[in-house]
Ligand binder design. Structure first.
Ligand SMILES: *Cc1c(COP(=O)(O)O)cnc(C)c1O
Length: 390
């Protein structure tokens, strides 16, 4: 049985060139970058080169690139770091985020709430977009952080980051004389492979990316930290990463994520277009051939690889299991994160009922996905849904 992997939003395979770039740092080039001898210097040079590569991708200074252990860590660092820094002043602290963020943003926000911070969770439209005017309305003199994701992991919608940035910059200008600057963070974990991540164009102060969502290694992340943005570290120690993230550097991982991000920039025009065509072919076939099927989220302003469908009258867990038996790997979006909500908070935010949310499935295409993969997957899907509906 040929297996068809349509879960690239969960993780991507390691790119061959990325793997090759990493290999020497597992063996002969094993030095600790902090050591003064040549082993150490070679490792330090590799980390420096990697940092320059990422800085090129983001259009930022290399000192603004902080390597972390995951996008989850980057998001926690951004949120907890900004909040803790603001708390030093003793004023009330307010954070704005959206109702469709990844758990690695939502959970630290919930924790900050338990620690006395007030958090606004902005709603989204039925097709999955944040309205920048809602951000304008939510901003107060106590708002220290706005965190809005660049592209959603479940439904692939791309948020108007630069428009939101303009609103925050205006707010900062108006309140400059009497308050701490409102910092703007975006979680670009899903976006980094497909979309431009130039920080000046986006207008962000903090930006999270993940290695393994962009054909890089798992357990690697970056947080872009704009110069003069104050953050209290999560991890204290010997002062690596400009004192922002102590611990001996994951040299192979750092080489891996930087190679992957640079390669994404080089590849994305061509692969993005190809994947959009395949994705639209998938959407067209599914909506035509499966009665009652519909797309969750907008078809415009959507990540190239993402298609999330509602198959009315099915249960996604049953369907996923049947698909897997036929070799098709898909996903039911992310697991529930609060006990009160037994289904996807993202689909809930779109207004889907529990039943419909639990009848939804995400297919996420990657750079190796072929038309044949899509056609076989649709045939298997049609067959499985027929069986389920019997
Ligand atoms: C996968 C993902 C994360 C977490 O990334 P890790 O590197 O696995 O911690 C965060 N945000 C979004 C939007 C994601 O898709």
């Amino acid at each position: 049985m040929k297996r068809i992997y349509l879960d690239h939003a969960a993780t991507t395979p390691l790119d061959g060139d990325v793997s090759a770039a990493m290999m020497p740092y597992f063996s002969e080039q094993f030095g600790n970058p902090s050591s003064v001898h040549s082993y150490g210097r070679e490792a330090q040079q590799a980390v420096d080169r990697a940092r320059h590569m990422v800085a090129d991708v983001f259009g930022c200074l290399s000192q603004e690139v902080i390597f972390t252990g995951s996008a989850t860590e980057s998001n926690n660092f951004a949120i907890q770091g900004v909040v803790r820094n603001a708390q030093k002043r003793g004023n009330p602290v307010h954070v704005i985020t959206s109702s469709i963020e990844h758990e690695s943003v939502t959970s630290p926000c919930k924790q900050m709430e338990r620690e006395g911070v007030s958090v606004t969770y902005l709603p989204v439209s039925q097709d999955g977009f944040i309205d920048p005017t809602d951000v304008a309305q939510a901003l107060t003199e106590h708002t220290v952080l706005v965190s809005v994701m660049y592209a959603n992991n479940e439904i692939g919608t791309i948020q108007p980051i630069s428009e939101i940035s303009e609103i925050i910059q205006e707010h900062n200008l108006k309140t400059k004389s009497y308050k701490l600057k409102t910092v703007f963070h975006t979680d670009a974990a899903q976006a980094a492979y497909f979309l431009p991540c130039r920080v000046a164009d986006l207008g962000v102060d903090l930006m999270t990316v993940s290695g393994h969502k962009a054909y890089g290694p798992k357990g690697t992340g970056v947080l872009y930290v704009k110069k003069n943005t104050e953050l209290i570290p999560l991890i204290f120690g010997s002062g690596q990463e400009y004192g922002k993230r102590s611990g001996t550097e994951n040299v192979p991982g750092i080489v891996g994520i930087s190679t992957a991000l640079a390669k994404a920039v080089a590849d994305r025009d061509e692969t993005g277009k190809r994947i959009i065509d395949l994705r639209d072919h998938l959407i067209a076939r599914v909506c035509k051939e499966i009665p009652g099927a519909s797309l969750n989220g907008s078809q415009k302003e959507r990540l190239p690889g993402n298609a999330n469908f509602l198959f009315r009258g099915t249960r996604s867990q049953d369907l996923l299991y049947m698909l897997d038996e036929e070799g098709v790997a898909a996903s039911a979006g992310s697991a529930c994160q609060s006990k009160a909500l037994s289904y996807s908070h993202v689909l809930h935010a779109l207004g889907l009922s529990e039943k419909d949310a639990n009848a939804s499935i995400r297919f996420s295409l990657g750079k190796d996905t072929t038309k044949k993969d899509i056609d076989s997957a649709v045939s298997i899907l049609v067959k499985s849904i027929r069986k389920l509906q019997e």
